[in-house]
Design a protein around this ligand. Structure first.
Ligand SMILES: [Zn+2]
Length: 146
């Protein structure tokens, strides 16, 4: 079994296509979600701003997700437990709140503590955060500034 991902690249790979990202980008259905978009931007493009604890928690959420999808959940859980994925103190409280709430907490913390390190690409017309740091089209109002 490969080691649990603990490096930044693994966290980045992991954050792709996760529910929060999908939700945050589902403009028409869910409405614009500022904190969701900050979380999306942090997880996908600013993973270096995560604390060690946040990285470990994301790995644990990933492990929980893998267990849920495993053909033999008990074996998968056993392997991940042996790998120490769930050993970080404080993890239980975070995981009981759920992944999405945890991502919002990360976004709020980064905004409070590391706002100057965070590059939020905003639409010049509606001021909402756009999909990627280099995007020149707005998903929300469809403005294009190429
Ligand atoms: Zn816009």
């Amino acid at each position: 079994m490969p080691a649990a991902p603990t490096d930044i690249d693994a966290v980045r790979r992991w954050s792709r296509g996760r529910p929060l990202v999908t939700h945050a980008l589902e403009g028409a259905a869910g409405g614009y979600d500022e904190l969701g978009m900050v979380a999306h931007t942090v997880l996908r493009y600013h993973a270096h701003l995560l604390t060690d604890f946040e990285r470990k928690a994301i790995v644990a959420f990933d492990a929980r997700w893998r267990i849920a999808l495993a053909s033999d959940p008990e074996v998968m859980h056993h392997q991940l437990r042996i790998a120490g994925v769930f050993d970080t103190p404080g993890l239980g409280a975070v995981m009981s709140k759920g992944y999405e709430a945890f991502c919002r907490d990360i976004a709020a913390r980064v905004l409070l503590e590391q706002a100057t390190a965070l590059v939020l690409n905003r639409c010049p017309r509606c001021d909402r955060i756009v999909r990627t740091p280099r995007a020149r089209q707005c998903l929300w109002c469809f403005h294009d500034w190429h």
